[in-house]
Write a protein that binds this ligand. Structure first.
Ligand code: SF4
Length: 354
């Protein structure tokens, strides 16, 4: 017999009451705070989010402050978290909330989904945790728990499976404990019913109710069809140094990492002769040119494989912004994709001087 979801509510809530981690967005689950936490937690671990969360909230404590923040401040607050479209959408949504709802996030999940960057999961999380609505928030963690509870071998990536889990959960939401139930499902997925074949069934409050455990197949669930392979892009990155300044340029708005700053780079892993030709095109006359260590950066559907050169030159080129080292990290948002190259500049406790 498959698990009856009505039976999971009490043991799950009891377990959550005793075992929930203390997290800042749980201590004060105001809609704005829950919203920011859920957006930060997309594709980022809780431990990594914590320092960013506190910093962001103290710099921009309200929807209104977020709506009015200058873009450079916003990108700086997000620097290191990656997936910058998240913070850009946050601001667009904040402006919409100010305009259409007087600065108060709506409590209804359907209304929340009208905001840029807010999908089913985030809307469910805000509506249930912050507003006490019986709205499930079903992400990969929750889908995994459901698939195991039901001993389901269906592909959890399919929209119909997600819809079914959402409906099963929606029917059993406990009145007055909606937020705790949403968070208890999330917490069980994060702390006990772990991915990659490692559920800790011995510690699980739902062990007696779980069909996956009973049938001995929990570790092999959920079934997922493979994602298509990531596209590889090769790049050559140039650290061009002139005196105590380094060349940067702004990435075009709208695309990947749009509007952020980067070290000049071109497609392909170029040998030195070709790299020199690129420099010539930029009207950079190198005094010295050394290859750097290689680096890679993985996005969701894309991987950059980067090689690079450190170049010293005596003259600047109008193609770039020439930034003094001491302003590089305080005033320019550089995506973490370039961190190997930024570290090169930082190494030995100061910036390399050539
Ligand atoms: Fe997951 Fe095991 Fe708990 Fe089932 S018993 S929900 S597989 S941890």
């Amino acid at each position: 017999m498959k698990t009856d979801f009505a039976q999971i509510v009490r043991p799950l809530l009891e377990w959550y009451g005793k075992n929930a981690r203390t997290l800042p967005w749980r201590e004060d689950p105001a809609p704005y705070r829950v919203w920011i936490s859920e957006i930060m937690l997309q594709q980022t671990r809780v431990e990594a989010v914590l320092p960013y969360y506190e910093r962001f909230l103290s710099a921009l404590p309200s929807v209104g402050a977020l709506a009015e923040a200058p873009e450079e401040q916003l990108l700086k607050l997000w620097e290191g978290l990656g997936y910058y479209s998240r913070v850009k959408n946050l601001q667009k949504a904040a402006r919409m909330v100010v305009e259409c709802w007087n600065g108060e996030l709506p409590a209804d999940a359907e209304e929340l989904k009208k905001l840029p960057g807010v999908g089913d999961y985030t809307a469910g999380a805000i509506a249930s945790i912050a507003c006490g609505k019986p709205e499930p928030a079903v992400d990969g963690n929750v889908l995994r728990v459901c698939a195991r509870l039901l001993a389901s071998r269906e592909n959890v990536g399919s929209p119909s499976v997600k819809r079914r889990c959402t409906e099963l959960l929606r029917r059993v939401y406990p009145q007055g404990e909606e937020g705790a139930f949403t968070q208890a499902m999330m917490e069980l997925g994060a702390m006990v019913c772990l991915p990659n074949g490692a559920p800790r069934c011995g510690e699980c409050p739902l062990a007696d109710l779980c069909a996956g455990r009973r049938e001995g197949i929990a570790a092999s669930l959920p079934v997922k069809t493979r994602n298509p392979a990531r596209k590889i892009e090769r790049k050559t990155v140039f650290l061009i140094l002139c005196g105590e300044r380094v060349a940067l340029r702004k990435r075009p708005e709208g695309g990947l990492l749009g509007g952020l700053w980067e070290f000049p780079n071109v497609a392909g892993n170029l040998p030195a002769q070709c790299a020199e030709r690129v420099l010539k095109k930029w009207e950079i006359l190198p005094r010295t040119m050394e290859p750097t260590a290689e680096a890679k950066h993985v996005f969701t559907h894309l991987e950059w494989k980067m090689s690079g050169y450190t170049v010293s030159t005596g003259q600047t080129s109008p193609d770039f912004e020439w930034v003094p080292y001491d302003r590089l990290e305080t005033s320019y948002a550089i995506p973490s994709a370039f961190k190997t190259f930024l570290n090169l500049l930082r190494e030995h406790g100061g910036y390399v001087k050539i």
